[in-house]
Write a protein that binds this ligand. Structure first.
Ligand code: NAD
Ligand code: TYD
Length: 377
């Protein structure tokens, strides 16, 4: 069946993996990558699909209601997979307005344009879909009532060797929203607007909340690509606080596969959590990255441990994220494909092999931006 699908934020990290998957898997679809190309958008992420006949790039700001409404009509859009967002917590602490504008008002502009266009059609919302990609950070933070780690109740392929849980509680689809950072507050707000368009107007919406992603093409402001690049260049590794915060990591291609399954088979108005049961304390993860980079570069074991530099903690730094994705696994049969240690090795090799990509996105200005925010202690 032919479909006309807009993927917003397709030039970013996760979006580029979703665009690549859809363009390659669905030659009969018309895939439009809509992106403003902010500092985080990079068309070099999609070089391998840019000439495909079912792919088109449109440079547009999601806040531009008129332009998007026009695009909906011109391209007869029947599906929207919405990833465009300001995505970095540290930037949201410095500049919350941009996050409210893009993440909240931008999402609202897309919803309203979709509503006007779809309601003008004879079959209205039949066969349409508005799918919002969100984060587990909207649920707030979990306590660490097992700081040394315990045997977890769940495991998946993604779970690391000797996998531990650092609390006996998890984020479920029913967990009450309790965002703390300006980033997560803006994502929570946009999730609420998406659900409101279902509940009020009957729009067929879906929201998914995913844990931290890692893999190729991630902008090197996020922990994993930043640290791989710094280890390679013998630069300090700024660990916030004591490095005890816990994040739950999922390989980005597994997230993209989940998005494909949920877009096609997910129940309208439902929420699905996406994650691999793969909790890591930051400092332990950093040591794995150091070991992997040193091994690949032929350095002696422990060579780069001296780069670890403890710096002032992030304001309002959430202690622990850990997501329960049982519903998605049971109802739609998704499961992660890659075990974490394999995924990290694959990721490290990708960044080391793609130094040109890294050099293109790394700039002195970017480092200066943080100069006054984190001081070595
Ligand atoms: P990213 O920062 O790498 O990419 C965001 C993309 O959105 C960029 O291409 C950027 O140019 C584009 N964009 C930003 N503002 C725009 C605007 N006003 N109009 C049009 N395009 C705009 O982000 P990411 O890490 O790929 O995250 C994608 C989505 O997934 C976000 O909605 C994020 O909240 C969500 N998410 C991310 C993670 C993660 O670990 N990275 C986890 C769960 C959910
Ligand atoms: P990040 O990649 O920014 O993702 P998020 O804040 O959305 O979870 O950060 C992951 C974890 O790593 C988080 O606990 C903050 C920490 N961190 C550092 O310790 N140092 C850094 O330089 C960065 C970017 C993150």
């Amino acid at each position: 069946m032919k479909r006309n699908i807009v993927i917003t934020g397709g030039a970013g990290f996760i979006g580029s993996h979703v665009v690549r998957l859809f363009v390659n898997k669905y030659p009969e679809y018309n895939i439009i990558n809509l992106d403003k190309l902010t500092y985080a958008g990079n068309l070099a992420n999609l070089k391998d699909v840019e000439d495909k006949p079912n792919y088109k790039f449109v440079k547009m700001d999601i806040c531009d209601f008129d332009a998007f409404y026009q695009l909906m009509q011109d391209e007869k859009i029947d599906g929207i997979i919405h990833l465009a967002a300001e995505s970095h917590v540290d930037r949201s602490i410095k500049d919350p307005f941009t996050f409210a504008k893009t993440n909240v008002m931008g999402t609202l502009a897309l919803l309203q344009a979709a509503k006007l266009y779809w309601e003008s059609l004879p079959d209205k919302y039949e066969g349409k879909r508005f799918y919002h990609i969100s984060t587990d950070e909207v649920y707030g933070t979990l306590s660490m009532n097992h700081p040394e780690g315990v045997e977890p109740p769940f495991k998946t392929v993604a779970s690391s060797e000797g996998h531990k849980a650092y609390g006996d509680n998890f984020f479920y689809e029913t967990t009450k929203y309790d965002p703390h950072s300006p980033y997560s507050a803006s994502k929570a707000s946009s999730d609420h607007f998406v659900r409101a368009y279902h509940d009020t107007y009957g729009m067929p919406t879906i929201v998914t909340n995913c844990s931290n992603n890692y893999g190729p093409y991630q902008f090197p402001e996020k922990l994993i690509p930043l640290f791989i690049n710094n280890i390679r260049n013998r630069k300090p590794l700024p660990v916030y606080g004591k490095g005890e915060n816990v994040r739950d990591w999922l390989f980005v291609e597994d997230h993209a596969r989940a998005i494909d399954i949920i877009f096609h088979e997910g129940q309208v108005a439902e929420t699905y959590n996406i994650g691999g049961f793969n909790e890591w304390k930051n400092i332990d993860l950093i040591k794995v990255m150091i070991k992997t980079v040193d091994k690949i570069l032929g350095n002696p074991e422990g060579h780069s441990l001296d780069l670890i530099t403890y710096v002032t903690d992030r304001l309002g730094h959430d202690a622990r994220y850990a997501i329960d994705s049982t519903k998605l696994q049971k109802e739609l049969g998704w499961e992660p494909s890659l075990q974490f240690e394999e995924g990290i090795e694959k990721t490290v090799r990708w960044y080391l092999d793609n130094q040109e990509w890294m050099d293109n996105v790394t700039s002195g200005d970017y480092l200066k931006y943080y100069e006054d925010m984190y001081k070595t202690i």
